[in-house]
Design a protein around this ligand. Structure first.
Ligand code: SF4
Length: 462
């Protein structure tokens, strides 16, 4: 059975802005009352858990040699490769500081280099970064972890993919966005099919387990027909996973987006047509809709995890590793340790100053209370499984679901009438029509959403 149904009228009616729930509470609610001491205490306490969880390491490599106008990432645009050496020296020291907080029997099940452009650094810097990581954390010796990297095919040399495989990566996410020349020009990202296919073929040759391709809909100059052509080229490349993100035009928040000519953006109606076509076409081509913006082949681990209810979601999107503590390193990186979130400082100067003084460079964070933990669990279960059994939550949190979420269930009643979900006295099940609107459903459980900090900071849900 098809897992998702596109109902354009319904989607248009529920059009609103909202979080992507890679964390709950979302980052806008992190505050500077949470500092490095809190983080260190929390990290040490996780070693004392009955069964300490394995670790997930995230490394932020912020440099890019040119800017894509749609970009909302934390990046530093420079062509001067020497900047990377200075940054990496500090990052190595942070890795040593962080490594000391976690017992060495806690294995790293997940590892991710994100950016920026991780391959901005040269091959010997890549080898050294992984070696420093191995010196300070316990990396897996088999090939069963999820060790992934974001790849910009324009920043890859002949043997880069082989080097990445040699140092332990087994998954990659390849940035494409759109192959149409007019769209590429409008967003200042010129990337040929040849550059992209070379990377993907090299990854297959080197034995990468899973290859994801990132696309964006809603970009300037995009039409249903032009995006169809991009999808066809992607299908030819045969990736295991495809993400189709919506372009969030928020020029008031992201300066680089001011270089996009608003008149070139597809209107709301065309955006929905592009999305509808993408969803229908990818399913027709044999991909399974995982949720939010993600599709995977039926034999990919994500599809299996969704089938057996073990799918999880964190800063890197969907994951099959539910219980890892996430240690984020590098500027702006976010950690999720025990019952807290913490984010590193933003500027290179602050980063260097903190690390040189032997401090974990925390800018802000939040310690979750019982209500946060409960709501996070509900939101994650809905996003990953499109279903929640009240009894599962009641047992873990000692609540009566219908009593605790009385007001929320009233709001969900209206969504039930609109066909987004079905409710009974034991569970909530999101319908195929409601799946693309899962962010709206989760927003009902978000108690922070109506605070002042939230306004104007989120993208449209579709
Ligand atoms: S989209 Fe990626 S490559 Fe482009 S500027 Fe942003 S981080 Fe750099």
């Amino acid at each position: 059975m098809n897992s998702v149904l596109f109902d354009k009228d319904l989607i248009a009616r529920y059009e609103q802005s909202g979080p992507r729930y890679t964390s709950y509470p979302t980052a806008v609610h992190f505050h500077d009352g949470f500092n490095a001491d809190h983080y260190v205490n929390m990290a040490r306490r996780t070693n004392e858990d009955l069964i300490p969880s394995s670790l997930s390491l995230y490394f932020h490599l912020p440099f890019c040699s040119q800017v894509c106008f749609y970009c909302a990432c934390n990046k530093i645009i420079t062509r001067n490769r020497l900047h990377a050496a200075t940054y990496l020296a500090i990052l190595h020291r942070e890795i040593a500081l962080q490594g000391r907080l976690f017992d060495r029997d806690r294995v790293v099940d997940q590892l991710h280099w994100g950016g920026g452009t991780p391959t901005f650094i040269n091959h010997s810097q890549m080898r050294e970064l992984m070696a420093v990581t191995r010196d300070n954390f316990t990396l897996r010796k088999d090939d069963h972890g999820d060790y992934s990297i974001e790849i910009d095919p324009r920043e890859v040399e002949e043997d880069t993919i082989a080097v990445l495989r040699e140092i332990g990566f087994n998954r990659m996410s390849v940035g494409v966005q759109d192959f149409n020349p007019d769209v590429q020009k409008a967003v200042n990202r010129i990337q040929t099919m040849n550059q992209t296919s070379k990377v993907i073929h090299a990854a297959r040759r080197e034995g990468f387990h899973s290859i994801n391709v990132d696309l964006i809909y809603g970009l300037p100059k995009q039409t249903v027909e032009s995006f169809h052509d991009t999808l066809n080229l992607i299908i030819e490349l045969n990736p295991d996973r495809i993400a189709v993100y919506n372009y969030a035009h928020l020029p008031q928040l992201f300066k680089t987006q001011r270089q996009i000519n608003e008149k070139d953006l597809p209107d709301a109606d065309e955006r929905l047509d592009i999305l509808q076509h993408a969803v229908d076409y990818l399913i027709q081509q044999g991909y399974v809709y995982i949720g939010m913006d993600h599709f995977a082949k039926p034999d990919d681990e994500l599809s299996a995890a969704q089938q057996n209810g073990s799918l999880h979601r964190n800063f890197q999107g969907y994951s099959t590793h539910a219980d890892c503590d996430i240690v984020g390193m590098g500027i702006t990186a976010i950690s999720r340790i025990g019952q807290c979130y913490a984010q590193n400082v933003r500027s290179l100067d602050e980063y260097e100053d903190n690390v040189n003084h032997g401090r974990i460079p925390i800018l802000r964070g939040i310690k979750l209370d019982d209500d946060d933990r409960l709501r996070r669990e509900v939101i994650i279960r809905l996003i990953c499984n499109f279903h929640i059994e009240y009894s599962d939550i009641e047992e873990t949190y000692g609540i009566d679901f219908e009593d605790y979420f009385y007001d929320e269930l009233i709001l969900l009643n209206k969504m039930e009438k609109d066909g987004l979900l079905s409710l009974n006295t034991e569970s909530i099940t999101v319908s195929p029509k409601g799946r693309l609107l899962i962010r709206n459903i989760c927003m009902v459980f978000d108690k922070y959403l109506h605070s002042n900090q939230s306004s104007g900071t989120f993208s449209k849900v579709i």
